[in-house]
Design a protein around this ligand. Structure first.
Ligand code: HEC
Length: 198
């Protein structure tokens, strides 16, 4: 039995006790307690009926450098990171979405150079694009692009390169990130030259 089902059963029992008190006990004070018990039980059942959001820790993507041979391998890993450890999909959609709070990343690989994408990920405040919906006057979005290379998301340079490969691939662009740029775990991370001034 799931935890929620168990709690619901307890809630039903509590309501049952309250009903029994009301039915069989005449003493006024005890009847009041019984009534309150029923209310509390119903309240608990309603609260438990609200769908639960599971907040599991993001799955760790194993970044096995040895398995990466082609740019497509990088994009495949990047896709997994996008939807898991990178948490990108919490804010971004790929394609129009009603609930999207942040820029739609569909076709982003065609709109932005890889340097610009790298900067968007690692220096998110460097260039802020207010009118990301391209309609009406520029507006502030409800969320902020986090520093992807810092905690809590904390992607490594290899992971960021893979995410960029994925963004390019899903935009139908040639992947300009090469597996040769992946650093072995013992090496210090390579730094991509930043694009300055847009
Ligand atoms: C907490 C919400 C949030 C998360 C998580 C997030 N972003 Fe963003 N992102 C934003 C916002 C808001 C902007 C627009 C502001 C800006 O350009 O810095 C943005 C901008 C961008 C841009 C530039 C878009 C443009 O049109 O210029 C790219 C590329 C991007 N995000 C990719 C990613 C990727 C890849 C991830 C995951 C590794 C990610 N984001 C995670 C909120 C988020």
């Amino acid at each position: 039995m799931s935890e929620v089902a168990l709690l619901q059963l307890i809630g039903l029992c509590v309501i049952g006790v309250g009903v029994a008190i009301l039915l069989f006990i005449q003493a006024r004070f005890v009847r009041v307690v019984g009534f309150v018990t029923i209310l509390l039980g119903i309240f608990a059942l309603i609260a438990l009926g609200v769908p639960q959001m599971a907040s599991l820790p993001p799955a760790e993507e194993k970044f096995d450098v040895a398995t990466i041979k082609t740019p497509a391998d990088m994009a495949a890993i990047g896709q997994k990171i996008f939807f898991s450890k990178g948490q990108c999909a919490l804010c971004h959609s790929i394609g129009p979405s009603e609930s999207a709070r942040c820029p739609d990343l569909k076709g982003i690989g065609a709109k932005l150079t890889r340097e610009f994408m790298y900067e968007s990920l690692t220096q998110p405040q460097a260039y802020i694009y207010l009118d990301y919906r391209h309609e009406g006057p520029p507006k502030q979005y409800p969320a902020r692009m986090p520093f992807i290379n810092k905690n809590p998301i904390g992607l490594t340079n290899n992971e960021i390169l893979s995410v960029i490969a994925f963004l390019q691939e899903m935009s139908g662009e040639p992947i300009t990130v090469s597996p040769s740029e992946i650093t072995q775990p013992t090496q210090t991370a390579a730094v991509i030259p930043m694009a300055h001034g847009q």
